[in-house]
Design a protein around this ligand. Structure first.
Ligand code: SF4
Ligand code: SF4
Length: 481
């Protein structure tokens, strides 16, 4: 990189975040979500710019010589300049590229195969949820048309995903079987791969259903809230009975028989339920789930079930306590299946830089029973306008407008936030529920999230320093799968 020696440089504060781990100075490089350990020279150089915000290369050379060689100073100076940690005032490289919908080819469809559910969880957010008797099922023609729309929208992808969702999707197993048969044939004919997943409450998992899902290599996520005392507080039948006993029995059988893919538990944390350690312990150690992920509810429609501010802080504190277990296990090269932590480790390891918070509308859409296109499964049945339908395809203009608006961080608090490329403004549905506007960032727990990422940086640095092979063993193979 060429440099005029009298040009003045300054520190680009919005691009860096420093965390001290075991007396090592770690620099989290925000634009690339990457972590660097600062050596003495780069540390001093950064400190110099903190002290004198406007310094030329020559002045820096004078300041740091003779403790460091001129050639090393210039090299480090150049590296920090190319990372845009220091800048001469030139416009910075835009972090989010100019939006183009084509950059997010559609590969995943969530099919809402039945709005009905045989449980009646007290906190359920589903906008279109009904009891089993009133459940409205998706028809085969709509499901097939969804697949055709997927192929029409993105004909050139090597791999696609179909996710079955509800209500309780297994309450429309005949449709699932028909769709799987159709899709397997359709994608095989054109030399493409198709993966299936399902999110279920597990109550309808009989042996033959488990065998069927196993045969077709379904990715399975079971909604379960932990030990009986927690699970039965909200996950109840239509008649008001707790569902734990049935669910636990089915899950044990599922985990015993299922060998095609790991099985995950998805825990919903609502008012009064913050004991992450006992929940994880029960689901991972007693029941044998491979992964356990936690979803704190802060903006559900039913206000009484939302975690209070204090409870949310408790949730994050308990997530860190479980994160500590994750770290201890990782140092012995074991993965305790704490999905939230593992995802954060994966994001830092891979330098994931999210222009958008999730795949909703950008690679993934959810189809309701009538074939309407929704941003994701949480929007089906809501008042939010549709983004097309399976007959006519995606409404590109409307979807682009929405995603473009969300990607533009100017004039938002996210613009200079240090975790902007990991959080990216948060879940659209949470914003929709809380602010009635899915483009609004989820500002209500930013500090807790930032603290969680700092904790993740510490955990990551410690694993990297003491057992880096953990990442090769537990992250790379997952990606290759
Ligand atoms: S929502 Fe909050 S934590 Fe997330 S990027 Fe925006 S300011 Fe940061
Ligand atoms: S919008 Fe929210 S609920 Fe929907 S996929 Fe994204 S993160 Fe998940």
């Amino acid at each position: 990189m060429t440099r005029q020696t009298d040009q003045h440089f300054h520190l680009v504060e919005r691009n860096i975040h420093e965390v001290c781990v075991d007396s090592r100075r770690m620099l989290f490089h925000i634009p690339s979500s990457s972590l660097f350990q600062l050596d003495d020279l780069s540390g001093e150089l950064i400190d110099l710019f903190k002290k004198w915000p406007d310094r030329s290369h020559n002045e820096v050379l004078q300041d740091l010589q003779p403790r460091f060689e001129a050639i090393d100073i210039s090299e480090t100076f150049g590296e920090l300049q190319s990372l845009e940690v220091i800048s001469n005032g030139q416009p910075l490289t835009p972090e989010t590229p100019q939006f183009r919908l084509n950059n997010f080819p559609l590969t995943t469809l969530v099919l809402n195969v039945n709005t009905g559910c045989n449980l009646s969880c007290s906190y359920c957010y589903k906008e279109d949820l009904t009891t089993p008797s009133k459940g409205e099922k998706m028809g085969l023609a709509t499901a097939q048309q969804s697949i055709e729309m997927l192929l029409q929208e993105s004909p050139d992808q090597p791999r696609y995903n179909l996710v079955f969702f509800g209500g309780e999707p297994l309450s429309n197993l005949p449709l699932i079987k028909q769709v799987v048969e159709y899709a397997e044939q359709r994608f095989a004919d054109i030399g493409k791969k198709i993966d299936f997943s399902i999110t279920t409450n597990a109550t309808l998992l009989k042996d033959e259903v488990i065998d069927y899902l196993n045969q077709h290599r379904f990715g399975i996520a079971v909604s379960m809230d932990g030990p009986k005392a927690f699970h039965d507080r909200n996950r109840i039948t239509v008649g008001g009975q707790g569902s734990y006993d049935v669910v636990a029995e089915k899950v044990r059988r599922l985990i015993q028989k299922y060998d095609s893919r790991p099985i995950g538990a998805r825990v919903t944390l609502t008012k009064g339920i913050t004991d992450i350690l006992s929940i994880w312990d029960h689901l991972f150690n007693d029941l044998g789930f491979h992964e356990v992920g936690f979803a704190p509810v802060t903006s559900g429609d039913i206000d009484t079930y939302n975690l209070s501010k204090e409870e949310l802080a408790q949730v994050f504190s308990n997530m860190k306590a479980l994160g500590q277990h994750y770290l201890e296990a990782a140092l012995q090269n074991k993965n305790i299946g704490f999905s939230n932590m593992h995802q954060l480790m994966t994001d830092i390891y891979e330098g994931n830089k999210k222009a958008l918070p999730c795949g909703a509308g950008a690679g993934m859409v959810a189809i309701d029973k009538e074939g309407g296109v929704n941003l994701c499964h949480r929007f089906t049945g809501s008042e939010m306008p549709l983004f097309g339908n399976v007959e006519q395809g995606l409404n590109h203009e409307q979807l682009s407008r929405f995603l473009e608006q969300r990607m533009d961080r100017t004039h938002t608090g996210c613009n200079n936030c240090r975790i902007r490329n990991l959080c990216s403004g948060g879940c659209y549905h949470e914003s929709y529920a809380r602010y009635d506007d899915p483009t609004h960032p989820t500002y209500h727990y930013c500090d807790l999230l930032r603290d969680w990422v700092d904790f993740g940086i510490e955990v990551y640095s410690t694993i990297m320093a003491h057992n880096p092979v953990f990442f090769d063993t537990h992250i790379s193979p997952r990606r290759a799968h």
